[in-house]
Design a protein around this ligand. Structure first.
Ligand SMILES: Nc1ncnc2c1ncn2[C@@H]1O[C@H](COP(=O)(O)OP(=O)(O)O)[C@@H](O)[C@H]1O
Ligand SMILES: [Mg+2]
Length: 593
């Protein structure tokens, strides 16, 4: 299997645990110091009462079996009851506080992660499987939470408890105590060794989980295609394979993390036998009391569980650290596209868009544009035409800086778009493309998306201009109808008109249209086209067009081929050239005939 080996290599580059822990502490835990401190105090109290419980076995036994004095029994009973009550409340209190703390920390991390992700550049999202990102968001933070809760509780409650109980053991019989606690370091040593292994297994598991999430998403969302192509069996095999790999990784993680249990039990059995034989002799020979021995055994047994938890801590922590490492790597990735220091606002008096000798290469090395230059004059419409893959969409993606040019420059009203803030740049334009995003919200919110202060009149006006008002009015709750994943499903044309209403409401001077009508049927296309024509009036429009009328009505036409501008002019001058455009036009004529 290639994948795990790959991940193990990755594991070698991991950040050490200490820097990760320190950073975690500084960034996420220190702000909650008061809560942590109160939790620690309660843990100390719970631990002390556990110690007291063991200690009070001595008077209980000795009073009953030794003195046989009922009068002395009552005070002991009262003390024992008090100890239990204190222990109960302290344990409850620290549990609640620790839980609050870890949940707070995890939600802080999730907020930071999303804040970072949402402003990442498109290139990043293209390079990532969205399933993997979701898995990081949910599964990694869960792992960090488990590790955090276990280590804070471990270092607090379990450590204190063990300390108090060992204290009781030494108090009762220091020689026996020395023998008994030998068991602990021996067991701990075995546990330490499995930590690294677990961390690696955890990384592989998360990678596989991400893959599984992506595959599930594809199989569910693309289910129509799975059915249409009869690929159910294939998908089943694929998912089965991934599920099986995760099963193997997780059973391996469990095996590794529990392998010490039999060893630890044997060691403790030996210790108990020693205690019984040696301690029993002491009692029989009258050097000690039954109460002391019982108290000692109680302390030893009570110490065992927290001890085991402390030993297991390393494994859980290793998985947590692996997750934390992935988390910080994600957070630390600077967005490739961001404001220059001191970037000013874009000022648009006359919205001229000039593309100056622009080249662009995608991250995977494909040259999409080579030395393209053209101008979209203020208030005019220019059309980009060319075969599929010529680079038309790429140009439109460069103007809002979804990607940055790799050569040349793009200027709006004379200002290089890299010198102005992204907010002002993107605020100056509206984008309508073939892929329409409808968010799970009301129609009203969907139209007002990106124009927060819009009034009801403006929203309705935009919907009217986009030829969307009628169908919205006919929806069960009008503008308050919920649409998207959990709401009313809109048709392709309706979705497109909502997105045009959104663009109209934005009222931006520059308009970028990328085959906005190509996925529509003729009736919706006519409605949408009319809406677009209204939208284009007085705005600088760059349109990637496939409709003849759109192309012919443009003030200028640019023909692209393999990332190069090969022809330009207006419809008649280009036809006269009898070149690429004429051929394209011929094809379009034949299609529409
Ligand atoms: N995200 C991407 N990553 C890598 N290559 C891409 C990406 N998007 C487009 N390309 C490539 O860039 C070239 C231009 O694509 P595009 O601008 O979408 O063409 P058009 O819109 O004219 O059909 C094509 O060769 C395409 O394969
Ligand atoms: Mg395209």
């Amino acid at each position: 299997m290639a994948a795990p080996r790959n991940n193990e290599k990755k594991a070698a580059h991991m950040t050490g645990s200490l820097p990760l822990a320190l950073r975690m502490w500084r960034t996420y835990i220190r702000p909650h110091l008061a809560g942590l401190f109160s939790a620690l105090v309660l843990m100390l109290l719970a631990a002390a009462s556990t110690g007291a419980m063991a200690k009070f076995m001595e008077p209980v036994i000795d009073k009953v079996f030794g003195d046989k004095n009922p009068q002395e029994l009552w005070p002991v009973a009262e003390v024992v009851f008090t100890v239990f009550t204190v222990r109960g409340f302290a344990t409850y209190g620290q549990g609640v506080m620790m839980n609050n703390l870890s949940l707070r920390v995890i939600s802080d991390m999730q907020r930071n992660m999303f804040a970072h992700l949402v402003q990442s550049d498109l290139a990043f999202f293209h390079s990532q499987q969205s399933g993997e990102l979701m898995s990081r968001f949910l599964a990694d933070t869960a792992l960090v939470r488990a590790a955090l809760t276990e280590s804070l509780t471990g270092l607090g409650k379990n450590f204190f408890t063990v300390t108090f109980l060992i204290g009781v053991m030494f108090y009762q019989d220091w020689k026996l105590a020395l023998i008994a606690i030998f068991v602990f370091p021996a067991a701990a040593f075995a546990v330490m060794r499995m930590g690294k292994k677990l961390r690696r297994v955890s990384t592989s598991t998360q990678v596989k989980m991400g893959e599984l999430t992506s595959m599930l998403g594809q199989a569910f969302q693309g289910n129509r295609h799975v059915k249409a192509y009869g690929m159910e069996e294939f998908e089943k095999q694929r998912i089965n394979g991934a599920v099986e790999q995760i099963y193997k990784l997780q059973t391996r993680a469990f095996r590794v993390s529990t392998v010490v249990t039999p060893l630890a039990e044997m060691l403790s059995g030996m210790a108990i036998v020693t205690i019984i034989v040696y301690g029993g002799m002491q009692v029989i020979q009258g050097h000690s009391t039954a109460g002391k021995l019982f108290s000692f055994i109680a302390a030893f047994l009570l110490a065992f569980e927290p001890m085991k938890r402390l030993a297991r801590l390393n494994g859980i922590n290793q998985m947590g650290f692996a997750a934390l490492d992935r988390f910080f790597q994600l957070i630390d990735r600077p967005p490739a596209i961001q404001d220059k220091p001191g970037a000013g606002e874009l000022r648009v008096q006359s919205p001229i868009v000039s593309i100056e000798n622009v080249s662009f290469t995608y991250a995977d090395g494909s040259d999409a544009l080579r030395g393209v230059s053209f101008i979209a004059p203020a208030g005019k419409t220019v059309a980009l035409v060319g075969e599929s893959g010529a680079g038309k969409s790429t140009i439109l993606n460069l103007i809002p800086r979804f990607y940055d040019v790799t050569g040349g420059a793009i200027k709006i009203d004379g200002q290089d778009i890299r010198d102005v803030t992204l907010k002002s740049l993107r605020g100056s334009m509206a984008v309508v493309s073939q892929e329409v995003a409808i968010f799970s919200d009301t129609i009203r919110e969907n139209i007002a998306y990106g124009t927060p202060g819009a009034t009801e009149e403006q929203i309705v006006e935009a919907a009217k201009l986009a030829a969307a008002h009628e169908f919205i009015r006919d929806l069960p709750e009008g503008y308050d109808t919920r649409v998207g994943e959990n709401g009313v499903k809109l048709s392709g044309g309706q979705r497109q008109r909502v997105s045009i209403a959104r663009a109209i409401l934005r009222n931006a001077p520059i308009l970028l249209l990328d085959e906005a009508t190509s996925a529509l049927d003729t009736t919706s296309e006519r409605l949408v086209q009319a809406a677009l024509d209204r939208l284009q009036k007085g705005r600088t429009t760059i349109v990637v067009a496939h409709r003849l009328s759109t192309i012919m009505n443009a003030d200028a036409i640019y023909v692209l081929s393999h990332g190069k501008l090969i022809e330009s002019g207006n419809h008649s001058s280009l036809l006269a050239q009898n070149g690429a455009y004429a051929r394209l036009y011929g094809n379009l004529m034949r299609e529409s005939a």
